[in-house]
Design a protein around this ligand. Structure first.
Ligand SMILES: Nc1ncnc2c1ncn2[C@@H]1O[C@H](COP(=O)(O)OP(=O)(O)OP(=O)(O)O)[C@@H](O)[C@H]1O
Ligand SMILES: [Mg+2]
Length: 390
């Protein structure tokens, strides 16, 4: 049984690619609609061998579309409570957003309660499966490639934050959401998805170890979601790319387990160079690599207002703007606020998040993201997508 039939069961034959009401389509201009039958054919009936991944939104399959294009087909696992029109309105917004460093949405399928997104397929997987996390990928990321990846991600995010109107907060910037094309050009995936699934279903996936390490403290604890939270996540990613290390690694000695903490420590000791990936075999521009690490620290500062905008980050990464070394303050770390325990639950696939402060009844933690909703499943309940705060 594929993941789709498991979730929704067998269905009557749906009307081909046509949403429930005819007028639903009138306001939608740019979205290509695929029939469920076409996507079934493309993925050979969603057979497991075509499944390329699974995340907080559902299963992703590789498929060949009728026109010969290879696509990544994402079957949203939660039955959307949104009507067809609301869903298509959101999709319409996403499909209008095009940039070299953003994954392209080809279209979607909205037959009955199927909600499926069809994306451009990226050949070289994600940063999580290649550079970070010690996988067996045979891609070698030399220093120039790493620079291109960092700058590309920064450009894509600057575009979402500053050029798209209204501005879009990605809210889940992390290594698994950075896909790589055949030339290793980075493409940010999953932007604009927050509104597509019901608010009681988690869409900040806690399944993948390390997700928590990307969350800005003010977002994780107080639910304050602004562009500055994305900038924090970007900063973490930047340090991961330069060091070739995942933000959290519990197999390392205690003092080295948290990458940001380690980065700050080495920065204070003026030993940042010690963090640069040894896999580069010394073949990198030391000054530039240390500058990237410092930009990572600038982006992860505890006070959101001290973090630079993404367009400023692009300028600093590309050498068009100097960075003031003396301005860097200590990174915000969730462990500074509360003792978060993250433990894998044997029975449930999701990681469990608990807090030692959870029972303290502290008022200022009442609306904490980590404490809201169902903590045993690590549920996050935010639907804010557009940031008008800055
Ligand atoms: N457009 C794509 N091209 C190639 N592979 C893709 C594409 N989209 C997703 N994938 C693969 O599917 C995997 C799962 O993606 P998905 O976005 O569902 O989960 P995730 O990124 O791991 O977590 P989250 O749900 O929090 O975003 C990715 O890690 C990637 O390997
Ligand atoms: Mg993803």
């Amino acid at each position: 049984m594929n993941c789709f039939s498991f979730l929704f069961g067998r269905r009557k034959s749906p009307r081909k690619g046509i949403p429930d009401a005819d007028d639903e389509l009138s306001s939608i201009h740019n979205v290509k609609l695929y029939t469920y039958k076409e996507l079934r054919t493309a993925t050979e009936d969603f057979i497991p061998v075509n499944k390329i991944g699974e995340g907080g939104f559902g299963c992703v399959y590789k498929g060949r579309l009728k026109d010969g294009k290879i696509a990544a087909i994402k079957v949203l696992s939660a039955e959307s409570k949104q009507g067809v029109k609301e869903f298509l309105t959101e999709i319409n917004v996403i499909s209008e957003i095009k940039h070299d460093n953003l994954v392209e949405l080809y279209g979607c399928c909205v037959e009955e309660d199927h909600r499926i997104l069809v994306y451009n397929y990226l050949e070289n997987n994600s940063l999580a499966q290649t550079l970070i996390g010690g996988s067996q990928s045979n891609i070698y990321f030399n220093w120039r490639t790493r620079c291109k990846v960092c700058i590309g991600i920064a450009r894509g995010l600057a575009f979402l934050h500053e050029e798209v109107r209204p501005h879009i907060v990605h809210r889940d910037i992390k290594a698994s959401n950075i896909l790589l094309d055949k030339d290793l050009t980075p493409k940010i995936s999953d932007f604009g998805l927050a509104k597509l699934i019901p608010s009681n279903v988690t869409h900040v996936s806690t399944r993948v170890a390390g997700t928590i390490g990307y969350l800005a403290p003010e977002y994780a604890i107080r639910g304050q979601l602004t562009r500055k939270a994305d900038i924090y996540s970007f900063g973490v990613l930047l340090v991961e790319i330069v060091s070739g290390r995942c933000n959290t690694n519990t197999r390392l000695p205690v003092e080295e387990q948290y990458l940001l903490e380690r980065t700050w420590e080495l920065y204070e000791r003026r030993e940042l160079v010690g963090l640069i990936d040894t896999a580069l075999n010394g073949d990198f521009d030391v000054e530039e690599a240390c500058k990237f690490l410092k930009i990572g620290l600038l982006c992860t500062q505890d006070a959101p207002k001290l973090r630079p905008s993404m367009s400023t980050v692009v300028k600093m990464l590309t050498g068009k703007k100097d960075l003031d070394d003396n301005k860097i303050t200590k990174p915000g770390l969730i462990s500074d606020f509360m003792d978060l325990k993250v433990r894998g639950d044997q029975k449930k696939p999701d990681t469990t998040i608990t807090s030692s402060n959870a029972s303290s009844g502290s008022d200022n933690l009442d609306n904490s993201a980590l404490l809201s909703g169902n903590t045993s499943a690590g549920t996050f309940n935010f639907t804010t997508l557009y940031d008008r705060s800055i």
